[in-house]
Design a protein around this ligand. Structure first.
Ligand SMILES: [Ca+2]
Ligand SMILES: [Ca+2]
Ligand SMILES: [Ca+2]
Length: 225
C-alpha cells in the first residue's frame, strides 16, 4: 500500500453463517504474507488466519494501528475466538509515529520480533504461544508494553530511552532479559516464570520493580529498586 491512510483486513472473526453479524472470513495461505502499509495513518486487522510461512508487517511512518481482532463478541454477551496461526516467524516494524499494536490469541511457530521507530509505541500482547523467541525493541519515547498470558522460549525487551512502562503478567519463558534504558522506568511482573535465567537491567537512572508471585530463576538485577 502506498501513501495515504489505508484500511486493510486479513481474515475476519464473526458469527457462523446465518447469524445476524458479519460472517467469519477465513484466510489460509501456504506461503508468507507481507504487508507494507507505507506512509500515512494506517489500520490493519488480522483474525481467523492460518499463514503457511511468515507474517511480516511494516507499518512505516504515521500513527498506525495493527489489531489481531480475534475475539468476536456475541450479542448474548459471550464471545468466540478466531485465532491466528503463523507457521514460521513473524515480524512487525511499526516505523515512526505513535503506533498501536495488539496481538491477541495467536500461535507463532517461529519467533516474534517487534520493532518500533520514533514516537510512542503501545504494545498489547495477550494469549500468545510463541515457539521461539519474543524480541521487542522500542525507541526513545515512553513506551507502553503489556504482556499477559504469553508463553515463549525466550523474552528480550530493549525499551531504550524514555520513561517506559513494562507490565508482564501470567507469562512463562525459559529466559527473560529486560533492558529498560535510561530514565526511570516502571517494571511490573506478576504471576510469571523464567525457568532458566532472568536479567533485569533498569538502565541509567534505574527503574522501579513491583509485583509478586513470580518464579525467576538465576535472577540478576542491575539498576532496579
Ligand atoms: Ca503508516
Ligand atoms: Ca508508524
Ligand atoms: Ca522507550
Amino acid at each position: 500500500m502506498g501513501d495515504g491512510n489505508d484500511d486493510a483486513q486479513l481474515g475476519r472473526g464473526g458469527n457462523p453463517p446465518g447469524g445476524s453479524d458479519p460472517v467469519a472470513l477465513r484466510l489460509r495461505t501456504g506461503t508468507s504474507v507481507n504487508v507494507i502499509l507505507g506512509a500515512g495513518d494506517d489500520r490493519l486487522e488480522i483474525a481467523n488466519a492460518d499463514i503457511g510461512l511468515q507474517l511480516n508487517v511494516v507499518a512505516g511512518e504515521g500513527n498506525d494501528e495493527v489489531d489481531f481482532a480475534t475475539q468476536f463478541n456475541n450479542s448474548d454477551g459471550g464471545f468466540q475466538l478466531f485465532p491466528v496461526v503463523v507457521r514460521d516467524h513473524s515480524y512487525f516494524n511499526l516505523g515512526g509515529g505513535e503506533d498501536h499494536l495488539e496481538i491477541h490469541s495467536a500461535f507463532i511457530q517461529g519467533q516474534l520480533v517487534i520493532q518500533d521507530g520514533a514516537g510512542i509505541a503501545h504494545l498489547d500482547l495477550y494469549n500468545l504461544n510463541i515457539a521461539r523467541k519474543l524480541d521487542i525493541d522500542t525507541s526513545n519515547e515512553g513506551d507502553q508494553i503489556k504482556i499477559d498470558y504469553v508463553q515463549a522460549r525466550d523474552l528480550t525487551i530493549d525499551s531504550n530511552n524514555g520513561i517506559d512502562d513494562v507490565d508482564i503478567t501470567n507469562s512463562r519463558f525459559r529466559s527473560m532479559i529486560l533492558k529498560l534504558g535510561s530514565q526511570r522506568d516502571s517494571l511490573f511482573i506478576r504471576n510469571s516464570r523464567a525457568t532458566y535465567l532472568t536479567r533485569l537491567d533498569g538502565g541509567e537512572n534505574g527503574s522501579s520493580l513491583a509485583g509478586s508471585n513470580n518464579s525467576l530463576r538465576g535472577l540478576l538485577r542491575r539498576n532496579i529498586g
